[in-house]
Write a protein that binds this ligand. Sequence first.
Ligand code: PMP
Length: 336
Amino acid sequence: MRIAKDMADAIGRTPLIRLRKASEETGCEILGKAEFMNPGQSVKDRAALFIIRDAVEKGLLEPGGTIVEGTAGNTGIGLALVGASMGFKTVIVIPETQSQEKKDMLRLAGAELVEVPAAPYKNPNNYVRYSGRLAEELAKTEPHGAIWANQFDNVANRQAHIETTGPEIWEQTGGKVDGFICAAGSGGTVAGVAAALQPKGVKVGLADPEGAGLLKLMTGEENPGDSITEGIGQGRITANLDGYTPDFACRVPDAEALPIVFDLLQHEGLVMGGSTGVNVAGAMHMAREMGPGHTIVTILCDYGNRYQSKLFNREFLEAKGLPTPPWLDKAPASIP
Ligand code: PMP
């Protein structure tokens, strides 16, 4: 155990947790990298730190400066918290469809929030493109300047996983790791871990939620449908994904991912968001493809509290025609 110099120094070095049910069902060792244990409670703290550090090192971000970003939430939370610890302001553009809990957390973390209607990337008012324009405007008016974090095409994001996540997995498993798989938002995690571990012989796969475009782009396989998962489901080859070739790829419907999220909560004490369900489902697909006896690592992306009003809400799930576990609306214990 060591003393972290500051909050940023407490990012990373997360545990690898053996996932009991997924391991027993597949005969493989399925291990989850506990990224929800980062200070901002998600995998995106690593990218936020590397993006900010890179901008400071390049002289683009000066003390008191503003960081602008378009985000589904977690990158914004990471940027706001790392920013607070280093004296930067944050302005976050978020699609209004994202969970209320993430918006509340962003405000709590000190970010100024701009909510925009959800729109595809080709629409100029898409949250990512909107945030790029806003950064340009604020760079002219903010006294200490402004930068656009641009997590999708800023490869400082991927670099975080090349330098930290990948090597940590290698070290923690003593090199006894056969596969890694996760879904892509910006693609920084999957492509960064791939750059670190594919040269060592580890197969690195992609799990796509239903309706996401990467599967088709990378393998030609159609992926119709839709997903309630947040933060994943990319439709283009971002700069972070450029150069990554999956060794394995699969599509994961919500109806498969959600029961995994519920099981992790009820039987393994892990309170996870929806993307983690897609990742663990992907790891199980990869395990079945590779056969028993292999070790496969995936990402436990963020904490489930962030989606309590959606993933753990019977009305919301039923309206979407998704599975609801019987314990979901068990009355809370009351004191007579
Ligand atoms: N899961 C969640 C909950 C996320 O917020 C994100 C990032 N938006 C991811 C997974 C995907 O991470 P990456 O951007 O590194 O592909």
